[in-house]
Design a protein around this ligand. Structure first.
Ligand SMILES: Cc1cc2nc3c(=O)[nH]c(=O)nc-3n(C[C@H](O)[C@H](O)[C@H](O)COP(=O)(O)OP(=O)(O)OC[C@H]3O[C@@H](n4cnc5c(N)ncnc54)[C@H](O)[C@@H]3O)c2cc1C
Ligand code: SF4
Length: 505
């Protein structure tokens, strides 16, 4: 049977409501006043965009949410979406000193949302681009978080920027891929409008390489930023994978972000193959769309899953079931429609590979199978667009980590296509860093990032939101080596952050 939508619009709106509701003004004041305004503020260093966290919290505490929003957006143009989607428990809130006192860390993400919502809801603008332009023009390929982060910073440095985006709307995965209950598409589109308000031109529906040649960009623009993200979902290549009810989890999530929720078909018994954050997002959203069950099938154990701990807890609380040490070997069908999966038990061998246990196969009934086994790297596209560009062994673009400059001097990069797949905030931070690299390339001057005062105790100096080499919490821990600290926790974070969606081979 072809799949149908299962729930009416009102029930879906309730199921897909914000995971973390906004703070009320009084709650924001109370929360802001818990902050110790630390001298060395580890929360700043744990943020890849280096937001001056205590400075914006102080502004909220003193009744100045507009100033707080300015502090946030100066450092991170996508501060509103990061407030909702950042894994704060392993970034700023994970670094908050209150964790060490066995107290709840400051709810930095929710305070950030409070300040950015405040100006968005009132239509206030707190950022501007300089009236005097440099006369230099940069083309940005891809309007995801990396491209937008780069474009906004370039505009604020006085350069002319045009962003080319193949999708009908800008925002990248913020618009098309993040779980609905974390980030509504309209928040992402409001951020796109904010970037445009700085003078950035965005041309959607233009696929570079198909609709527009790179040679043309090279004629018109002095430099190029590549922020094309990752590619299509990987396939398992098992029999039955082409059946209509076998879907790429990303396409499933995109559908529910671009169509009315009550028109999105879903199965009653949903299998999700893979155990990264995308798999969790797909399973929890299938349940919220009305599925009776959602089962994650993963060929390794719980200890190996690449999803964050909090995502795993959320999935369990939502009722997602887990089949660990199990791999699909065939998609089963009756009358051309999916009716289940043939599954095999697996064991991790001495070489660390998951292999099937002989004669352990069994069938389980499902009517929708979502594949979430990682996204392909864009190797073929990159070779087509820039034949001289060097890629690393993983298929990510090689670049100078400080400036984003690639092996082609006029081409810069950042985000998932360069880091292999991390978080929204990494992409924005890398786009911003590349903008400063591009500024230096275009003007022969060293860009001075917008330095916010305070935080003299920060280990890298008084950099505040101008931090050009932000340090993530786990990286900091690796350097510091706290006696008695378990290295495992940070190993897991590192693995998660570098491979958002993939299950390990
Ligand atoms: C399902 C899912 C859930 C996630 N959830 C979270 C989360 O909760 N929190 C979090 O922090 N991160 C999350 N992430 C990761 C986050 O979305 C990415 O790290 C981030 O979007 C990367 O930004 P980017 O700009 O590098 O790439 P993208 O967001 O992928 O943007 C790249 C853009 O380039 C465009 N493009 C590609 N090729 C071309 C071309 N030839 N011409 C023109 N345009 C082109 C694409 O259409 C796209 O808009 C999630 C990822 C996935 C897949
Ligand atoms: S670590 Fe940051 S958020 Fe936590 S108390 Fe100190 S300044 Fe405030």
């Amino acid at each position: 049977m072809p799949l149908q939508p299962l729930l009416p619009a009102a029930a879906l709106a309730a199921n897909m409501a914000d995971l973390h509701p906004p703070l009320r003004p009084q709650e924001a004041l109370v929360e802001a006043n818990r902050c110790l305004y630390c001298f060395d503020a580890p929360c700043i260093m744990a943020c890849p965009t280096g937001i001056d966290v205590p400075a914006f919290i102080k502004k909220i505490a003193s009744g100045n949410p507009i100033g707080a929003a300015k502090t946030i957006l100066t450092a991170n143009i996508l501060g509103a979406s990061c407030a909702r989607v950042c894994p704060t428990s392993v970034l700023c809130e994970g670094a908050c000193v209150l964790d060490d006192r066995d107290e709840q860390p400051i709810q930095i993400g929710r305070l950030q949302r409070y300040a950015t919502d405040y100006i968005e809801q009132r239509g206030l603008s707190v950022l501007s681009a300089p009236a005097k332009k440099t006369g230099k023009k940069v083309a940005v390929i891809g309007a995801g978080p990396a491209g937008l982060g780069c474009a906004a910073e370039l505009a604020r440095l006085g350069h002319g920027v045009t962003v080319f985006e193949k999708q009908p709307q800008a925002g990248g995965l913020n618009t098309y891929g993040i779980a609905y209950y974390k980030l509504k598409p309209e928040i992402s589109l409001a951020e796109v409008a904010l970037v445009q308000s700085l003078g950035v031109k965005i041309r959607c529906g233009v696929e570079v390489g198909r609709d527009l040649a790179v040679a043309r960009l090279e004629q018109e623009f002095a430099a190029i930023f590549v922020g094309i993200g990752l590619g299509d979902a990987q396939r398992l290549r098992i029999p039955g994978e082409d059946l209509p009810e076998v879907r790429d989890a990303l396409a499933f999530i995109e559908q529910l972000r671009t169509e009315p929720l009550d028109r999105v078909p879903v199965g009653r018994a949903v299998a999700v193959v893979g155990c990264g954050n995308t798999a969790i997002d797909a399973a929890t959203q299938a349940l919220r769309l009305g599925a009776d069950s959602a089962t994650i099938v993963y060929r390794r154990g719980e200890e190996d899953m690449s999803a964050y701990e909090f995502e795993y807890e959320l999935a369990k609380a939502d009722g997602v079931e887990f089949l660990f040490h199990t791999a699909p070997v065939e998609v089963l069908a009756t009358d051309g429609h999916v009716c289940g999966l043939r599954l095999s038990r697996t064991v991790v061998n001495a070489a660390g590979k998951a292999e099937q246990v002989p004669n352990s196969e069994f069938n389980q009934a499902f009517d929708l199978v979502l594949m979430a086994v990682g996204q392909e790297k864009q190797i073929a596209l990159l070779k087509q667009l820039f034949p001289a560009l060097a890629l690393d062994a993983r298929g990510a673009i090689q670049r100078d980590p400080l400036t984003g400059q690639t092996t082609m001097p006029h081409v810069f990069t950042g985000g998932d296509c360069a880091n292999g797949g991390r978080e929204v905030v990494n992409a924005v931070g890398e786009g911003k860093k590349a903008a400063h690299g591009l500024h230096a390339f275009l003007t022969q001057a060293t860009a001075r990032p917008p330095i916010q005062p305070s935080r003299l105790g920060a280990k890298t100096g008084a950099t505040g939101s101008g931090l050009l080499q932000p340090i993530r919490a786990h990286e900091l821990e690796a350097q510091v080596k706290i006696p008695g600290a378990s290295p495992g926790a940070f190993d897991k974070t590192a693995a998660n952050s570098s491979d958002h969606n993939a299950i390990r081979a």
